[in-house]
Write a new protein. Structure first.
Length: 282
């Protein structure tokens, strides 16, 4: 292996932490979503909003990120949570991901900042009851806690593809990220399957920054695009989605970023790739 390729592989491995090359011993075994496809039977699924938050796992005594890192929340934030495994999203509101991230990353929790954060529950890891029963249990748990910062994400039936699409379009116009579809009868099974499905108007993924390419015209003297590489070795350029401030001070080489795209070319290159933000690395 060439030195550059080896350094890149090591850099990506370190940058991504456990994903995609290695698994952390502390990483909780959670259910992972698959992409939506038109052949699914919608009558078998409950649908909810996909919140643009930080996925969090309550062990019964500790709050962790999906990669197993402790979240330093104030004592009051978790004091009323039961000694049961719970899964949800830490969330402030639509379009507030960056603000949320600064709160969650703080190793000395700011009590006032945490007052705006909600723990929006959506599942109970390790429980083998069907999802609809787990959802009912979550509703009862939240009612028993009786605290405004602990909520359960509302689920509902959608039985036609037209209704699903119109719901997604309306949500997108309101600044929402997408929808999640939970199979009603699915027990909690870690890993990726068709029992949990995400449905968005776009896809997103991560890549590591290889270099900055100079801009032209109105972007003369700024970064014009980033040369990036995905974990599976696909290299391509991202030239849209940046503010002028980000073009003047782009993500450093070696940084992992999140981008959105609409499908893949025959060569596997993301189509219409657009920069979103640095990856939170939680």
């Amino acid at each position: 292996m060439k030195k550059h390729s080896l350094a890149l592989a090591l850099g990506v491995s370190l940058a991504f932490g456990h994903y995609p090359f290695t698994a952390s011993a502390l990483e909780p075994k959670l259910m992972l979503a698959s992409d939506y496809h038109a052949q699914i039977d919608l009558s078998q699924y409950l649908v909810s909003e996909k919140l643009d938050g930080v996925r969090a796992y309550w062990t019964g005594s500790q709050l962790l990120t999906r990669s197993g890192k402790p979240i330093q929340a104030p004592h009051w934030f978790t004091a009323e949570l039961p000694a049961l495994e719970l899964e949800g999203e830490l969330w402030i509101g639509r379009g507030q991901f960056e603000s949320l991230l600064s709160v969650v990353r703080d190793q000395t929790p700011d009590d006032q900042q945490w007052r705006q954060v909600q723990f929006q529950l959506f599942d109970m890891p390790g429980v083998m009851q069907p999802f609809w029963q787990r959802y009912e249990r979550l509703q009862a748990i939240v009612k028993g806690i009786g605290q405004p910062h602990v909520q359960v994400i509302a689920q509902r039936l959608i039985t036609s593809k037209q209704e699903l699409q119109s719901t997604l379009e309306q949500l997108s116009r309101s600044g929402g990220e997408g929808l999640m579809l939970h199979h009603k009868d699915n027990p909690y099974l870690p890993g990726r399957s068709g029992n949990l499905i995400k449905y968005k108007s776009y896809s997103d993924a991560e890549a590591v920054v290889l270099s900055h390419l100079p801009g032209k015209g109105k972007y003369n003297g700024m970064m014009g695009s980033l040369l990036v590489e995905t974990p599976d070795g696909i290299k391509f350029r991202i030239g849209t989605g940046f503010s002028d401030a980000e073009r003047l001070s782009p993500p450093e080489v070696g940084t992992v970023i999140t981008f959105r795209y609409n499908g893949l070319t025959e060569r596997g290159i993301p189509r219409f790739a657009r920069y979103m933000r640095p990856h939170p690395m939680l």
